[in-house]
Write a protein that binds this ligand. Structure first.
Ligand code: HEM
Length: 467
């Protein structure tokens, strides 16, 4: 069996599913999409509530779904190899997730339900909801207001095949579950083909990397890891599956949030900010996000550089006063890249950095709503925010509450993250890029939380033997 040490230390170049060594069992029993995004263009998410007194039928459905549709991390990688060599598409991809209520419905013994606290309490829990700054549950979309037991994710590059598979699945499912809610997501792209979110910024750039292929690619396409080491060990991502049937059965906690984006109002506010600071709109955007539309980090340049692969090997050492990339900027709030080690209360830089890096999450979001990036929707478009982690309290919840929402992180009076900080507040914006004078401006919150839940991603061996 793998030891704690094996999870804390990765091989120098990351896990290699083609030569897994001692990680073989883990990779064969872990669901795909966790170590690396499945990358399919179209996604459907089905939120389920199993019918009362249908436990056996529900278990049978889960078992058959797991046997026929789930793909392991190992299979996901094998398919990617085939795709690169023979251009054979991996086809349909699927995940299955359970909420705590789902485990309880299935009558899993309490000591065998994953133990993470927020997972056990659920996203509707009042303490959790207020600490995240989320709106009242009765304002969420109705589907999310119900008790959710499970989430099915299906994805494909071919939208017709996907919709056919989903239709078939929904017919089977209706016998055992109510489909409370459905989301259809997709990868949004700009004209250059880069992945963006609805406000128009390149997204999915900075991620913790676990796999050899991604690590090698960061070395060749980016400039390596000497300024920022994006490699991460498995202990920030995986948690032992208490119901797994192998000695290396792991899963991961999934945070799911539907985040509506008011694009029109965001752009107007961005213009207003630009006018107030007397700068170009695109620089104003970069002061909000921390990167320009094309991904150029704003602490490195006051204009976009149009690099095909945005740089990620950087830190904020060149901007320790936050006059280029403000401390409130979304990417600086959610990944301070060492800032926490530079404040007075810090125990020392290296220790602080170590702790800071444990808060990282693996983002797997897709967009929903209009698939036309030239439109400026006010409602019904946004991000289906998904992220994986080993410890929700120390990762997603910490990032949202202690960093993004907190007006005194990383220093007093920085203000909340203008993109996602709840509630909104006033930030200090550099009057001139790189100079100390600031102007107060309250950037309003244009991201609206519409519902969500915490899930666990069980090992395949549990799901295929659940009856
Ligand atoms: C990075 C947009 C919600 C955490 C980014 C980037 C963009 C972006 C444009 C920069 C590109 C990249 O590195 O991938 C958004 C939008 C959101 C949203 C539009 C809501 C609609 C969130 C939430 C969290 C989060 C809720 C977690 C609390 C992060 C992290 C990074 C990031 C960790 C990478 C930072 C880094 O390592 O440099 N986001 N985001 N985001 N976002 Fe968000």
């Amino acid at each position: 069996a793998l030891t704690e040490e094996d999870l804390k230390k990765l091989p120098e170049d990351g896990l290699d599913p083609e030569n897994p060594g001692k990680y073989q069992t883990l990779l064969e029993d872990l669901q795909g999409n966790i170590l690396k995004g499945h990358g399919r263009d179209y996604n459907v998410h089905l939120f389920l509530q199993f019918k009362p007194d249908q436990i056996d039928a529900a278990k049978q459905w889960i078992e058959s779904f797991a046997k026929n549709y789930l793909k392991s991390a190992k299979q996901q990688s094998d398919e990617a190899v085939r795709y690169r060599q023979e251009k054979v598409s991996g086809g349909l991809f699927a995940n299955f997730f359970l909420s705590c209520k789902g485990y309880e419905y299935l009558e899993i013994e309490p000591f065998q339900i994953p133990t993470d606290q927020p997972f056990r309490q659920g996203m509707k829990n009042n303490n959790i909801r207020t600490s995240l700054g989320d709106p009242e549950v009765n304002t969420w979309e109705t589907g999310f207001q119900n008790q959710i037991h499970a989430l099915v994710l299906m994805a494909d590059d071919d939208i017709i095949s996907l919709l056919q598979a989903v239709n078939k699945m929904m017919q089977q499912l209706r016998l055992v579950a109510d489909i409370l809610h459905r989301e259809d997501g997709f990868i949004l792209r700009n004209q250059a083909g880069q992945i963006i979110e609805h406000f128009g910024f390149v997204d999915g750039v900075s991620q913790p990397l676990f796999l050899k292929r991604d690590i090698i690619s960061a070395r060749t396409k980016d400039t390596g890891f000497d300024q920022w080491d994006s490699r991460a060990s498995l202990d920030i991502l995986l948690a032992k599956d208490p119901n797994g049937r192998t000695e290396d059965s792991y899963g991961s906690y999934l945070v799911y949030r539907k985040l509506e984006q008011n694009v029109k109002a965001f752009r107007q506010d961005q213009e207003q900010l630009a006018k107030t600071l007397n700068i170009q709109d695109d620089l104003a955007g970069a002061l909000i996000v921390g990167r320009f539309y094309d991904g150029t980090p704003v602490n490195l340049s006051d204009t976009p550089t149009a690099a095909t692969t945005p740089i990620n090997n950087f830190n904020f050492d060149n901007d320790s006063a936050g006059t280029k990339c403000p401390f409130h900027a979304h990417i600086r709030k959610t990944n301070p890249r060492g800032d926490t080690g530079k404040v007075e209360t810090s125990p020392g830089f290296d220790e602080a950095l170590e702790v800071e890096r444990q808060h990282r999450i693996a983002r797997r979001a897709v967009s929903y709503g209009t698939n036309n990036p030239t439109q400026e929707p006010e409602t019904d478009s946004g991000l289906l925010f998904l992220c994986f982690q080993a410890d929700i309290e120390n990762q997603f919840n910490f990032m949202q509450t202690r960093w993004a929402n907190a007006k005194n992180f990383v220093q007093v009076n920085v203000g909340p993250d203008p993109l996602i900080g709840q509630p909104e507040g006033t930030q200090k914006w550099p009057e001139n890029w790189g100079q100390a004078e600031t102007v107060d401006y309250k950037f309003k919150l244009w991201v609206n939380m519409k519902g969500g839940e915490y899930f666990f991603t069980p090992s395949i061996s549990f799901l295929t033997t659940i009856t």
